[in-house]
Design a binder for this molecule. Sequence first.
Ligand SMILES: *[C@@H]1O[C@H](CO)[C@@H](O)[C@H](O)[C@H]1NC(C)=O
Ligand SMILES: *[C@@H]1O[C@H](CO)[C@@H](O)[C@H](O)[C@H]1NC(C)=O
Ligand SMILES: *[C@@H]1O[C@H](CO)[C@@H](O)[C@H](O)[C@H]1NC(C)=O
Ligand SMILES: *[C@@H]1O[C@H](CO)[C@@H](O)[C@H](O)[C@H]1NC(C)=O
Ligand SMILES: *[C@@H]1O[C@H](CO)[C@@H](O)[C@H](O)[C@H]1NC(C)=O
Ligand SMILES: *[C@@H]1O[C@H](CO)[C@@H](O)[C@H](O)[C@H]1NC(C)=O
Ligand SMILES: *[C@@H]1O[C@H](CO)[C@@H](O)[C@H](O)[C@H]1NC(C)=O
Ligand SMILES: *[C@@H]1O[C@H](CO)[C@@H](O)[C@H](O)[C@H]1NC(C)=O
Length: 412
Amino acid sequence: MFLLHALPLYIILLIACHDTSATLLSRVHDIASLHTKNIARDLRLAFRAVLVSQQTQVVPQMRFSYCQIESSGSSDSGASSSKSTTSTKTASAASASATASSYSSPYNLAEYHNGTDFFTGWTFWTTSDPTNGLVDYVNETTGRSNNLVEVNSDGHTIMRVETTGMVSENRQSIRITTESTYNGVLVIMDSVHMPTGCGTWPAWWSNGPNWPDGGEIDIVEGINNYTDNQATLHTESGCSLPSTSADVLNVTGTVVDGTNCAADETSNEGCGFRSASNVSFGAAFNDNGGGVYAMKWDDDGIKVYFWTQDSVPSDIDAGTPVPDRWGTPMANWPSSTCNSTKYFYNHSFIFDTTLCGDWAGNAWNSSGTPGQDQSCATRTGYSNCEDFVRASGASFDEAYWEIKSVKFYELD
Ligand SMILES: *[C@@H]1O[C@H](CO)[C@@H](O)[C@H](O)[C@H]1NC(C)=O
Ligand SMILES: *[C@@H]1O[C@H](CO)[C@@H](O)[C@H](O)[C@H]1NC(C)=O
Ligand SMILES: *[C@@H]1O[C@H](CO)[C@@H](O)[C@H](O)[C@H]1NC(C)=O
Ligand SMILES: *[C@@H]1O[C@H](CO)[C@@H](O)[C@H](O)[C@H]1NC(C)=O
Ligand SMILES: *[C@@H]1O[C@H](CO)[C@@H](O)[C@H](O)[C@H]1NC(C)=O
Ligand SMILES: *[C@@H]1O[C@H](CO)[C@@H](O)[C@H](O)[C@H]1NC(C)=O
Ligand SMILES: *[C@@H]1O[C@H](CO)[C@@H](O)[C@H](O)[C@H]1NC(C)=O
Ligand SMILES: *[C@@H]1O[C@H](CO)[C@@H](O)[C@H](O)[C@H]1NC(C)=O
């Protein structure tokens, strides 16, 4: 995330997640990341000069179980998900499918979200937007009844923004956070549509507790009419990129905003990369049928990869990811200058769509970024983001996520 100004005053929302006991089936898979008592302080906030003004106790259902199902000897991959012996429906359990034999993957599937059970294992954020957008985040019940949340007939998950013609304050929107947390993970997110248009600021990202101490990883993020994704880290002091050179970093993307990742030392700009693909974000991504993002976080560092739908590596399609086959990432933050276990821990993963706010609102008059050859002020005829968003519901017809799946893999 990118801040243009120092911001006045913030509210820190403390989420006290409850203990979760995991049911481990068959060959128990050591999931070190099982969340317990994680104090997740959201914060893509600018500074830590903040007050603790609200404490929210989140008590999700005990419906989240991790299990490992034997797949050896089975040629029926469809059997794996139905073999769970827990009575709770879970979107989060299984081993690699029977196609595992195609590739020798160092990873096990730890948690997945797809189809009608997609929302199992996520918490709906219902307090105010920490990034000061014109949104009211609503819970699942309200989201479903107001047609902001659904799983469509293709089994894809939709998260929309309210399109009521005119609103006086905020538009309803959706923000969800995983109940599980991770210390190192490979996450693969497959989608066919993301929110786009003037005023929008969608993101797929993760963060840890005690922001910025636990770090933030923005995997997919951008605003307004952008067509090129930006992936960014925000950290405590001490983390940086070793270079701005794509050749030194072995990346396809371009370093934006400098090499220092420390939130407090960069007005929270962090250290980011812009994708070299002009179909990696926004309307261009949608028109191209979407694509797949992978974020690999391990002891060596953090990397982000992007593929259009027609170029997804076959090991990913097979459910047996082999990152060594993937070639050059769009973004790479090596541990040599940004220790990936020290600056990042206990991460939850988040989808959100906000409107205006600290980035899209402040960049209303800006142009020159790929996809934004004209500013939104020029494109819409409105002098500020807020008036446009309140008056132009139909402009948010394209402000939705349509997600095929999110899969979390852990090293054996
Ligand atoms: C990370 O989460 C684990 C498990 O909940 C907890 O024991 C640990 O203290 C957390 N680490 C930090 C630095 O908050
Ligand atoms: C969801 O993903 C799992 C794991 O890859 C797979 O077994 C299952 O068939 C998928 N379900 C749907 C509805 O796509
Ligand atoms: C969802 O939000 C609505 C509106 O704020 C509230 O009335 C309702 O009780 C909430 N439902 C749940 C299950 O939290
Ligand atoms: C940019 O955003 C405006 C307002 O949402 C929209 O009308 C227009 O089609 C977008 N332009 C492109 C090239 O995506
Ligand atoms: C880039 O790749 C080279 C060759 O594989 C490797 O030696 C070097 O450490 C890599 N640099 C980074 C920053 O990952
Ligand atoms: C996108 O990039 C391709 C080359 O990769 C180029 O041919 C095309 O003109 C670009 N489109 C836009 C809108 O910049
Ligand atoms: C990274 O930090 C961890 C924990 O603080 C430490 O154990 C490890 O040695 C560090 N790794 C490197 C490459 O400095
Ligand atoms: C954009 O330009 C308008 C008109 O010049 C100005 O009133 C407004 O403050 C500017 N907004 C931002 C966010 O810079």
